[in-house]
Design a protein around this ligand. Sequence first.
Ligand code: C2E
Ligand code: MG
Ligand code: MG
Ligand code: MG
Length: 288
Amino acid sequence: RAKRAGGGSHCFHEASMDAALQARQKLEVELWDALAGQQFQVFYQPQFDLAGGMLIGVEALMRWRHPERGFVPPGEFIPVAEEIGLMDTLGEWVLHRACEEVARWPGTVKLAVNVSPAQFSRGDMTKIVAAALARSGLSAQRLELEITESLLIRENAPVQAIMSRLKTLGISFALDDFGTGYSSLSYLRKFPIDTIKIDRSFILGVPRDREAVAIVQAVIAMAASLDMGVVAEGLETQEQIDALRQLGCQRGQGYGLGRPQPAEELLGLLPPVRIADRSPGFPGARER
Ligand code: C2E
Ligand code: MG
Ligand code: MG
Ligand code: MG
């Protein structure tokens, strides 16, 4: 405060700090309104079996349709939602919504839902997941929760306990953004992880960067010998898709295979079903 007289640049700095703070406070208020105002939506990004080309799953990705700014990316609002304690409520909403939507689709694609560390610290995760499964009728075997290394590097014991309780429901776990966090490989044994998602940053260099290829190859081999599934994230080009298929990667996801999209659009990718297979509530149900 003492340096007030110091000149314009200091004042400018304070003014921009004020602006940033105001923008941030505005965002906080708008986030609470957004939940009440039904501005959140779930998009689904397809995941394919790379060998056979079949659609085998979708990842639920939250979208915020802001009344003035349009779509606000999750990378911008999720960290704020976490800080203001809104993320557990939002996470519960996504889980319920996605389970309900996917349960109504034809076929048996898997549903992956991202879970933030904040949701785990509430302690009643098992109840929340069990309720979402019960209410939607989605079978637990079709639900995969995506966690990140940041959760695993917290105190081990409580996280381990919550994860094992969740496992007894029949769900599975995928480790998201693998290779970008600070966890050690021993965590793969310590926690009940079923699938590894290779982060996009490693996929970027495939097939030209020999080191990127070597890392991806090693992760695929490791997953296989640990009896885990493996998903490549961020497949954008045909070259990357072909390379990952050749490397024996089981599942693939990325703009090159399909963008995150609203349920109505994704329904077009689902296998045709006999009329008898359709549940009455299936939104895409129509005469053919
Ligand atoms: P994530 O879980 O790693 O999700 C993948 C992100 O990569 C998504 O970004 C997706 O749109 C994007 N992506 C997919 N394929 C490609 C590609 O080929 N190229 C590029 N450049 N990007 C690709 P999105 O939807 O913006 O989400 C960002 C992150 O926000 C997610 O990363 C996840 O950590 C978080 N997030 C999104 N929805 C939820 C949610 O419902 N709950 C929680 N806890 N986190 C969420
Ligand atoms: Mg994810
Ligand atoms: Mg990811
Ligand atoms: Mg990511």
